[in-house]
Design a protein around this ligand. Sequence first.
Ligand SMILES: *Cc1c(COP(=O)(O)O)cnc(C)c1O
Length: 419
Amino acid sequence: MTLKKNDFDIYSLIKKELRRQRNGLELIASENFASADVMAAQGSVLTNKYAEGYPGRRYYGGCEYVDGVEDIARERVKKLFGAEHANVQPHSGTQANMAVYFAVLNPGDTIMGMHLAHGGHLSHGHPASFSGKYFKVIPVNLRKKDMLLDYNEIKTLARKHRPKLIVAGSSSYSRVIDWRRICSVAKSIGAYFMADIAHYAGLVAAGIYPSPVPYADFVTFTTHKTMRGPRGGVILCKNKFAKDIDRTIFPGTQGGPLMHVIAAKAVAFKEASTAGFRKYQSQVLANARVLAASLESRGLKIVSGGTDSHMFMVDVTPVGLTGKDAQAILESAGITVNKNSIPYDKQSPAVGSGIRIGTPAVTTRGMKEREMEIIGDAISSLLQKHALAAAPKNMATARAQKIVRTLASKFPLYPNLKS
Ligand SMILES: *Cc1c(COP(=O)(O)O)cnc(C)c1O
């Protein structure tokens, strides 16, 4: 590798990031560790190739091999999810969502989706996002008494506001989303239904979270979260929308596809079709349930009462902290999470009353239920000690740091990469 010699600034930051990933405990719900094969495909010569268009219909010569790559990626992902059509070119989940909106909506049309503080994504109509600027948005909130989706409320709102498209999907809702019920609401008002499974895709592929594919007109997802592939997006749809979706990705909203990333997506889809991946995803779920129960038994509150997925939100107000403080306290011990607004939050989004926790990354490292108990104990005692003015905080931090060091060395990450 000549990078070290030719560009030491970047080389050394990459090495530091590798060390950070190895030495820490990654509990950010949207992160994971891609395989060496995925990274090899992504770091390949395919990065050099322009391939505007689609296999067999490109605007550049020399596409015979990248055509093969994109064909394989499309076929694999269609088979994995039982979908009629797939577009594997979106550069990200947001790009995938944008293409669906632009394929079937006009500026000023109404969409309905979960509010950001109630689990929705920026691209579901937040005012700071293109989705909130171009479209009129009807936000859906979780039900206050149990923090669950209220399907009757969704039906009432939909009948009243008649959105042209209903988005369902979430970045922090831990429970099962009833795709069939949302589909029937959409059908009853003649709306399109888009399911955004950016977070749940890996669990869906493994058959342990319900699939929206039979119900939704469009299914979008990211390939880098539970799917454990390269950073990127995918759109699945019924055949009748195939032309519109493909045209809206290219030339509508993107230029040349990232063929190296598409190759890495194909590798990830093959990995996701194995028994090992299904076993991995059921361990992700088992770990999330054990970790949530462990935190709850030690005085923290789990939003929506538990989890059916790889993640959950912790309301940290019972121990007298904000989400921002909790994130910083855990960070000081090498535990990475992200602060999050919880539904009906009294804090600003920059502070928040919750943290979001996910198990995909630690499960990729091989951790199981036993380790989740240890982590749950470390997190809750850290947060509790730091919330008390008189408690010995440094001792709690030192203890958690030791737990993190022990787990990190017992479950090595990328053992074949040089540090
Ligand atoms: C992560 C996420 C996205 C978008 O992901 P990017 O690739 O970061 O654009 C879209 N929708 C949901 C629900 C997400 O959680």
